[in-house]
Ligand binder design. Structure first.
Ligand code: NAP
Length: 313
C-alpha cells in the first residue's frame, strides 16, 4: 500500500495532543489514522488528578484520557493499536512502517510521541525497578500503603506525586537537589503543609539498596557539604523530568540540544508535511492544554498542507 497514499494524515501517539489532532483532522474531513502502541492518554494515565483543564475543576488523568478517546470516537477517528517503527519522508508521500512490517503512505504525519521519565542513573535503580523503584505513583502507590517512600525531584510532577503518595504511605520524603522547588506555588504550599511529607533539601540519592523483599534503603548525599547518610525506605519514586521520545523523528529534522523537535508556529518541522506536537516539541510550557493546543494547530496546518499537495501545489 506504500506505493499509493493510504491516508491524508497519520498521527503517531495517543496522548492529549494526538487525540486533539485526531478530532480536528476528522472535523476537517482528512482521511486520518491515529496509531498508539499503548492505552489512550499516554502519560495522562500516570497522573492522579488534573486540576487545570479548563471547565473541569478536578478529574483523574485516566478519566480525562478516556474522555479524549470517547470524544474522538464521536467523529469516527480510526485508531490503530500498533507500534510505529519508522517514519520515512518522501517527496510524493511519507511512509510509516508498523512493527508487523506493514507500511502506510500518507501526505502528512503528526508526531505526538511525548516523552519518557528520566532516570537517575545510580546503582540499584535499574536492578530494583518494579521491586520498589517506580516512575508512576498512580500505578504503584497502592503497594506502599502505610510504608515509607522517597520521592526524587522538585518539579510539578514530583510534588503532585508526593501529595498523592502521602494519602497512602505513612511517611513520604522528597529528596531535592537544591534548596528551592521548581514546581508551582500552589503545589509547594500543599507539600509544605502536608504532615506526612518531609523535604530533604540539597539532597541527592547515590545508591538504592534492597534485600530479598525489595528496596529497603537509599544512600543520600548532601549537595552542599557532601555528607552521606543511609535512609530506610520501602520505595523510591523518581520524577526528575522527561526525555522526548524522538526515535521516530526523521533524519535531518531539526532538534535542539536536548532532543526536542524544533517546529514553527504551525508545529511543522523543517521536513515538509512532518509536524511535531506536545512534549516532543521544544516549547516553554509542557502542559496537557499546550499539548492539546499543538494538536489543534498541527491538524489545521496539516489540512492546509494536504489540500495543497492534492492540488499539486
Ligand atoms: P521538571 O519540571 O523538569 O522538573 C524536574 C525536577 O527534577 C527539577 O526539580 C530538577 O531539579 C530535578 N532533577 C532533574 N534531574 C535531576 C537529577 N539527575 N537528580 C536529581 N534531581 C533532578 O520535570 P516535571 O516535574 O516532570 O515536569 C515536566 C513538565 O511538565 C514541566 O513543564 C511541568 O510544569 C509540567 N507538569 C505540569 C503539571 C501541572 O501543571 N499540574 C504536572 C506535572 C508536570 P532542578 O529544579 O534543580 O533543575
Amino acid at each position: 500500500m506504500a506505493g499509493s497514499t493510504s491516508h491524508d494524515l497519520i498521527i503517531i501517539g495517543g496522548g492529549p495532543g494526538g487525540y486533539t489532532a485526531g478530532i480536528y483532522a476528522q472535523r476537517a474531513a482528512l482521511k486520518t489514522v491515529l496509531i498508539e502502541k499503548g492505552i489512550p492518554g499516554g502519560q495522562l494515565n500516570n497522573t492522579d488528578e488534573v486540576e487545570n483543564w479548563p471547565g473541569t475543576e478536578k478529574i483523574t488523568g485516566a478519566e480525562l484520557a478516556m474522555k479524549f478517546s470517547q470524544h474522538a470516537a464521536v467523529y469516527d477517528l480510526e485508531v490503530m493499536n500498533r507500534e510505529v517503527v519508522a517514519v520515512e519522508p518522501g517527496i510524493n508521500h511519507h511512509t510509516v512502517t508498523l512493527d508487523n512490517g506493514e507500511t502506510l503512505a500518507t501526505h502528512a504525519v503528526i508526531l505526538a510521541t511525548g516523552g519518557s521519565p528520566k532516570k537517575l542513573g545510580i546503582p540499584g535503580e535499574d536492578k530494583y525497578y518494579g521491586k520498589g523503584v517506580s516512575y508512576c505513583a498512580v500505578c504503584d502507590g497502592f503497594f506502599f500503603r502505610n510504608k515509607t517512600v522517597v520521592v526524587v525531584g522538585g518539579g510539578d510532577s514530583a510534588l503532585e506525586e508526593a501529595l498523592y503518595l502521602a494519602k497512602l504511605a505513612k511517611q513520604v520524603y522528597i529528596a531535592h537537589r537544591r534548596d528551592a522547588f521548581r514546581a508551582g506555588m500552589i503545589l509547594q504550599k500543599r507539600v509544605l503543609n502536608e504532615k506526612r511529607i518531609t523535604v530533604l533539601w540539597d539532597t541527592v540519592l547515590t545508591e538504592i539498596q534492597a534485600n530479598d523483599q525489595g528496596v529497603n534503603g537509599v544512600i543520600t548525599k548532601n549537595t552542599k557539604d557532601g555528607a552521606t547518610n543511609t535512609l530506610a525506605t520501602d520505595g523510591v519514586f523518581v520524577f526528575i523530568g522527561f526525555d522526548p521520545n524522538n526515535s521516530l523523528v526523521p533524519a535531518g529534522t531539526r532538534m535542539n540540544a536536548n532532543g526536542y523537535v524544533i517546529g514553527d508556529e504551525k508545529c511543522e518541522t523543517n521536513t515538509p508535511g512532518i509536524f511535531a506536537i506536545g512534549d516532543l516539541k521544544e516549547k516553554y510550557a509542557k502542559q496537557i492544554i499546550t499539548a492539546a493546543a499543538d494538536g489543534c494547530t498541527a491538524a489545521l496546518a496539516a489540512a492546509h498542507y494536504v489540500e495543497s499537495k492534492k492540488a499539486g501545489l
